[in-house]
Design a protein around this ligand. Sequence first.
Ligand code: IPM
Ligand code: MG
Length: 362
Amino acid sequence: MAAQYRITILPGDGIGPEIMAVAVDVLKAIGKKCAIEFTFTEALIGGAAIDATGEPLPEKTLQECRQSDAVLLAAIGGYKWDSLPPQQRPEAGLLGLRAGLELFANLRPAKILPQLIDASSLKKEVVEGVDIMVVRELTGGIYFGKPRGIFSDESGVRRGVNTMVYSEAEIDRIGRVAFETARKRRGKLCSVDKANVLDVSQLWRDRMTKLSIEYPDVELSHLYVDNAAMQLLRAPKQFDTIVTGNLFGDILSDAAAMLTGSIGMLPSASLGASGPGLYEPVHGSAPDIAGQDKANPLAQVLSAAMMLRYSLNQPAAADLIEASVSQVLQSGFRTGDIMATGMTQLGCRGMGDALLQAIAAM
Ligand code: IPM
Ligand code: MG
């Protein structure tokens, strides 16, 4: 009997619907090959949800996600909603979803594909062989800390406030995910903080050091975030697994993504202690090219592969998807963001068709 999974798909805004359509087609094709049956249920999030219901994360969407085996999200946000206050913006929908599903661990792999070495803005010698996993804490830190808001004093002078806070328990649980991840990779973990200035980082560093006693096979190092940003660009191959808080992880994962040539290539997984995982590209909704069939769907497709691997325990199907991506790149197909001389440029749909052909031939 075929394995059956219930997947909530959240196309969101901008290029979201286009890249999601490709990923769903790829999943269906892979399902046929690997005897997997998917039931897809589409739900609203972000700007699309604001337009339809007035809120960025309708309760119905959260319920739908909770009842599924995994959630595949494309991207949210756009100019249209940029002037709304933070709590009503599309981004609040994504943050609410992460919090609502308690997805505290965000895994963002940045691995350079040999076919795309020349797409990186860094020298070939610097990026060749880069294979980094950023483990970003996702439901705490300054993104969620209280107090937060814009407050006026008696004389009407306003202050904007956010709070960077981590409890020991929050640090330990992301630390454990990171040590376990490093253990399955090359056994090196670099914890990134700002312990020379921030108390919250001092606690972070203390806990990571304590935890390392339980993982003698993992080599732990520490870097301040400014130095880490510099080292990522100077000598990225020194990194295996990086663990860091929510804000630093947001920034460093974009930098790590760019090592690989295009942020349009990178998938991510967000996992909790139990319940469905959330899979989404690292890139955003690219409103400037939305609806023009120019988007690169590969990060979305690779997110679907991560979903098969981490949430659905279907590694063979994940391998097939990743192989099809390598195959189309090997055949010289490129979207605009990774285009190079001598290659064949395709649109979003064209890239999807090329993937389906590659899968059919496997
Ligand atoms: C990301 C994004 C989000 C974040 C935004 C869209 C809220 O930049 O997933 O990295 O800051 O976490
Ligand atoms: Mg980001």
